[in-house]
Design a protein around this ligand. Structure first.
Ligand code: FPP
Length: 243
């Protein structure tokens, strides 16, 4: 079964560039190519929602030229990519803290969201100046401002990805085995797939490998294997764990 919602930590751009004696920004530029390819592949495979981590709240701590390179890349991508995405039925959302971003970038986000709002083929969430802790804190703030009690359902409704169901599959490239303050709340029951491939090299076989691995997983959402009709649903499997 193809995951409805895939989230990706696109890691390894810097190492891809270092290996070629290129500046890190060149790796990010190639990373943007890989993202373009991945969007097309997700549409081909029938994925409905793709969420990518493009710039984290913590990325501001990187060298100034890398930060400005990423900002320029984003501003440039707005102009170049949005018309194509619009034509191809992609609905864009920019998710993250707008404070600290330039007016030019914020206006680009607003225009791209407005221009693609009626598209239905693929929802693409670009997390930019995003952090999972920031998201939970801003959701709590918004719930409190409305005088709502802080409950899981109430908070979930205020999170920045409230317009889509939680990710079914998280892919992280680049060989690191961590979540790095990505969708901390929304990943509660996501299946995790880690790939050693550096993001600029990520292509169809790697995406298909992740989707195939996902299809082989048993998702239990806290229930037992027997309850969800899994293969180990025989009496001897009554010790099935509930993860
Ligand atoms: C992590 O690789 C990647 C990022 C911090 C940025 C991801 C950005 C893109 C894929 C380009 C598309 C984004 C925009 C702005 C349109 P890393 O730099 O941490 O790589 P490393 O672990 O090898 O150093």
């Amino acid at each position: 079964m193809v995951p409805h919602h895939i989230a990706i930590v696109m890691d390894g751009n810097g190492r891809w560039a270092n290996k070629r004696f290129m500046p890190r920004v060149a790796g990010h530029r190639q990373g943007l190519e890989a993202l373009r390819r991945c969007i097309r592949l997700c549409m081909d495979r029938g994925v409905a929602v793709l969420t990518v981590f493009a710039f984290s709240s913590e990325n501001w701590a990187r060298p100034a030229d890398e930060v400005s390179g990423l900002m320029d890349l984003m501003a440039g991508a707005m102009g170049r990519e949005v018309p194509t995405l619009k034509q191809n039925g992609v609905q864009l959302h920019f998710v993250g803290d707008r404070r600290g971003l330039s007016d030019k970038v914020c206006q680009g986000f607003d225009q791209a969201e407005a221009q693609t709002a009626d598209n239905r083929r693929l929802v693409l969430n670009v997390c930019f100046n995003y952090g999972g802790r920031w998201d939970i804190a801003q959701a709590a703030d918004r719930a409190a401002a409305k005088g709502l009690p802080i409950t899981p359902e109430g908070l979930a409704a205020e999170l920045s990805l409230a317009h889509v169901p939680d990710p079914d599959l998280l892919i992280r490239t680049g060989g690191e085995l961590r979540v790095s303050n990505f969708l901390l709340w929304q990943l509660a029951y996501s299946e995790l797939h880690f790939s050693d491939v550096l993001w600029p090299d990520f292509d169809a076989p790697h995406l298909d490998e992740a989707i195939t691995a996902f299809a082989g997983r048993e998702r239990r959402f806290g229930k037992t294997s027997a309850q969800v009709g899994g293969v180990s649903a025989d009496p001897g499997a009554s010790v099935a764990t509930s993860t």
